[in-house]
Design a protein around this ligand. Structure first.
Ligand SMILES: Cc1cc2nc3c(=O)[nH]c(=O)nc-3n(C[C@H](O)[C@H](O)[C@H](O)COP(=O)(O)OP(=O)(O)OC[C@H]3O[C@@H](n4cnc5c(N)ncnc54)[C@H](O)[C@@H]3O)c2cc1C
Length: 467
């Protein structure tokens, strides 16, 4: 396993800075429930995850009220009593979604044997399927119109904010069946990871080595070499400043990158379909993040560890208008100097305008960055009143930061929105012995999503008889 950075984890890594261990991006760990992706992976690899349950999962601060998301939906129903039918359907659809996922649903099917496997899985769930399939072709907004009496702006805004962080789009666009599963994260139970999210990747890296694999850090793949229509190896550069590369042969390659990065690694050998995809696909979201060191005396007693702030009921979300705040747990003293907590705050942002600005007008880029920091700190007051006096350290990251540290094209983060199941992207690259994993591949974003997608690719590789 080749990793360009000095530690594994990428967007779900944890980095050390001035006594703090900051989660780079991902902070909420899900998918550990019985038969969830992380549970299945742990059983397969015979590992134990260093995690502790967390309840509530997070608190959403709307302009006029705050709502808890947790294992039961009691607080949601108290705040929005008329939404009972909506949440009943959500639980039903999500149970169906998890069941399909648990049976290793090969979606989208890549070859004849996967079509057969898919048919067997769907046939096994025919009676529930009949009730649920119509929602596979509707949006969450259509489902809301059916199950929610009347129009409720506040409820819709709540759902839109939830869907933006879990499915990368809002209710008008997100597929209903997929959206119901994305909305189920808190109900399935979320975890705090000892030492930060990066410990998940560290745990996997340790097991890889115990099982005889090797993780080579500071090894950037600069080219995938193709001969006679097959990937035959990679050119590696050790460290960012190295001028020369060396060739490492390979029988089969699994690339943990975006389709755009894959195309550029293939250069002139890029298959036609992949080239067309990179020309036609619109770039999705990136993130603006703050990493803050905070004196915990300035946090109110018993404050939850995760908060989502939605600043208004109208206008676009993201761009500082909606934030996700995560505070390291009080029990984890590895995360911050004594008496302090490590905080990660993120907001969705469009990558393209940051990229253009940094090249054309560095001063305007700096000013925009400072404005985002200020806007986000101001909005954080809603969740953590008085916290600013306790600020000990502030680091800000733009899409360019993501691009630099993870190598992601334009710093895009979080994969593609699942707007239509028929448009889901599989792992195939166009070359028979090269696959894609990561959040560009269905089911997409999140640690749970990338684990699901990667386990399917692992099965596929084993089926090819390479190992
Ligand atoms: C701000 C933010 C908040 C998020 N919050 C959550 C959350 O709370 N919960 C959650 O589950 N998910 C969250 N996510 C999403 C989640 O982090 C990602 O979907 C997931 O981590 C992506 O994993 P990946 O393997 O696809 O890619 P990456 O994380 O980008 O990993 C790719 C890895 O490959 C390495 N690499 C890239 N190119 C090369 C190369 N050429 N040679 C060698 N190595 C290379 C990179 O260094 C990196 O380590 C969040 C994402 C962001 C940005």
């Amino acid at each position: 396993m080749l990793e360009a950075h000095v530690y594994p984890g990428g967007c779900a890594g944890t980095f050390f800075h001035k006594g703090y261990r900051f989660d780079a991006g991902a902070t909420v760990a899900g998918g550990f429930q019985a038969d969830g992706p992380l549970d299945r992976l742990a059983r397969r690899l015979e590992i134990e995850w260093p995690v502790r349950p967390q309840e509530p999962a997070w608190v959403v601060h709307l302009p006029r009220r705050s709502v808890l998301f947790g294992k039961d939906q009691r607080d949601l129903l108290r705040a929005f009593p008329h939404s009972a039918a909506f949440w009943r359907r959500q639980r039903d659809l999500a149970a169906f979604g998890w069941k399909l996922g648990g049976s290793g649903l090969p979606w989208p099917p890549a070859d004849g044997s996967e079509v057969l496997q898919l048919a067997r899985t769907l046939f096994g769930h025919t009676s529930e399927g009949r009730r649920h399939w119509p929602f596979a072709f509707r949006s969450v907004a259509d489902w809301m119109a059916r199950d929610l009496p009347g129009e409720d702006r506040e409820f819709r805004r709540l759902l839109d904010a939830q869907l933006l962080i879990s499915a990368q789009a809002t209710s008008e666009k997100v597929n209903a069946l997929w959206g119901a599963t994305a909305l189920d994260l808190a109900r399935q139970g979320t975890m705090q990871v000892e030492g930060g999210m990066g410990t998940l990747a560290q745990t996997l890296a340790r097991r890889l080595q115990e099982l005889g694999g090797q993780l080579l850090l500071r090894q950037q793949v600069t080219r995938i070499v193709v001969r006679k229509g097959l990937a035959c190896g990679v050119i590696l550069r050790r460290g960012r400043r190295a001028r020369t590369g060396r060739f490492l042969p390979a029988d089969f390659i699994v690339a943990n990158v975006t389709p755009w990065t894959l195309a550029s690694l293939l250069g002139d050998s890029v298959p036609v379909g992949l080239r067309r995809e990179t020309q036609l696909r619109k770039p999705g979201w990136s993130a603006f993040v703050l990493h803050l060191g905070l004196d915990q005396r300035y946090l109110s007693h018993g404050a939850a560890d995760h908060h989502q702030v939605v600043t208004s009921l109208d206008g676009p979300l993201g761009e500082g208008n909606s934030l996700f705040i995560s505070i390291s747990p009080t029990w984890d003293d590895s995360r911050a100097p004594q008496g302090c907590r490590a905080v990660t705050v993120s907001t969705h942002t469009r990558a393209t305008c940051w990229q253009g600005l940094s090249q054309k007008d560095p001063a305007a880029y700096g000013a925009r960055k400072a404005a985002y920091v200020e806007r986000m700190l101001q909005h954080m007051e809603r969740a953590l009143p008085g916290f600013r006096a306790g600020l000990r350290l502030t680091l800000a990251g733009t899409p360019l930061t993501w691009q630099y540290y993870t190598g992601r094209h334009l710093g895009l983060a979080g994969g593609f929105p699942v707007t239509s199941l028929l448009k889901a992207r599989g792992a195939r690259s166009g070359l028979p012995n090269l696959r894609l994993v990561g959040d560009s591949v269905f089911p997409g974003q999140s640690t749970a999503g990338v684990v699901s997608g990667a386990m399917r690719v692992a099965r596929d590789v084993l089926r090819q008889g390479v190992l």
